[in-house]
Design a binder for this molecule. Structure first.
Ligand code: 5AD
Ligand code: FES
Length: 354
């Protein structure tokens, strides 16, 4: 493929936010690093137009690793008997939130397995208290599939955003990654419901998950174009030794970076994290993610004694650091690539409250 052809593709994608199916497949399949750099340059231009040099931090509290689900790729799946399970108390969660606030976080993310102990009532209480203590903080939930009334109750309690990766936009691929009792349609319906309620919604998928083909990624891009989530979380698949996918290859960092650029170009104002999984496969992965168009980083705020237990995949980074160390480390990393950490809520441009 000629340089000129690449330049034209990158330019078309930047100008229209769209390509034909064949062109998207080329973008997914071509491995030329120079093409990646072209796309990254365009992606940086677009991100800087909407968000300048700001990088938003989200403080992640992994409040429970107990999960009723059995996703085949996930290290804390119900069927993994080798996990030491934990759940933080409400007081511990609030304390993490306080620490995060003092450190400058203005978004708290509550992430957990689908733990039945945390009923909608209990979650609502926690959200209410977090919001009362820190009025200028956003609360993001990453707590899985619930019914409409529950999502609404949590929104009314003050939750602002919700992360629920769609995992794959292909129904058959979905069924290869998940046990039979999990439903693609239900997950997609959850995403729709969350949007209707008024959350800023995050979708996303793993790159290089087992059985994934370029056509699946094409479907993911088409889904993102039509659903228009406010946030998109993508990271490479990384095998976990206690799952049936233990011997699978990890996803490609280069392809993840390239897709970050593509997602920035199809959804110009999207909130796009450089994920921990990316940082796990490459020591400079998150910095490279920022340079590919990402504008969000999600350092860990969980108490140090539980961090090593929230392991969705092997070799996860930042499991030994204190929250304060992590945030300083992140500030340095962000500055090393010419960006700066912004101490604001960092809402989607369409829902700015600050
Ligand atoms: N490798 C990479 N990402 C994973 N996730 C779950 N298991 C893995 C893994 N083995 C991702 C899923 C989930 C998010 C919280 O973490 O996409 O939605
Ligand atoms: Fe956690 Fe660097 S971000 S130690």
């Amino acid at each position: 493929m000629s340089d000129r052809h690449y330049a034209e593709l990158a330019e078309k994608l930047a100008r229209t936010g769209d390509l034909s199916d064949g062109e998207f497949l080329e973008v997914i399949e071509c491995r030329d690093p120079e093409f990646s750099e072209l796309l990254a340059e365009k992606a940086r231009e677009v991100r800087e137009k909407y968000y300048g040099k700001d990088v938003y931090l989200r403080g992640l509290i992994e409040y429970s690793n107990i999960c009723r689900n059995n996703c085949r790729y996930c290290g804390i799946r119900r069927g993994n008997k080798n996990v030491e399970r934990y759940r933080l108390t409400k007081e511990q969660i609030i304390e993490c939130g306080d620490t995060g606030y003092e450190l400058g976080f203005r978004t708290i993310v509550l992430q957990g397995g689908e733990d039945p102990f945390f009923t909608t009532e209990r979650m609502a209480e926690i959200i209410t208290e977090l919001k009362e203590r820190h009025r200028d903080c956003a609360v993001t939930l990453s707590i899985g599939e619930l019914e409409k009334d529950d999502y609404r109750r949590l929104f009314d309690a003050g939750a602002d955003r919700f992360l629920l990766r769609h995992e794959t936009a292909d129904k058959e691929h979905y069924s290869l990654l998940h046990p039979e009792e999990m439903s693609f349609d239900h997950r997609m319906n959850c995403l729709k419901t969350l949007k209707e309620i008024g959350y800023q919604v995050g979708a996303g998928m793993m790159i290089g998950s087992p059985y994934q083909k370029p056509e699946h990624l094409l479907k993911d891009l088409r889904f993102l174009q039509s659903f228009k989530p406010e946030m998109v979380g993508i990271g490479p698949f990384i095998p976990h030794h206690d799952t049936e996918f233990a011997d699978r290859e990890a996803g490609s960092v280069a392809l993840t970076l390239r897709l970050l650029s593509v997602i920035r170009l199809i959804l110009p104002d999207v909130l796009l994290p450089a994920t921990t999984a990316l940082g796990t496969l490459d020591p400079k992965g998150r910095e490279k993610g920022l340079l590919a168009g990402a504008n969000v980083i999600m350092p860990n705020l969980s108490p140090t004694n539980v961090r090593g237990k929230y392991l969705l995949y092997d070799n996860k980074i930042c499991t030994g650091e204190e929250a304060a160390e992590c945030i300083r480390c992140m500030e340095r990393r962000v500055e090393s690539v010419g960006y700066k950490v912004a101490t604001v809520r960092g809402d989607h441009v369409s829902k700015r409250k600050e």
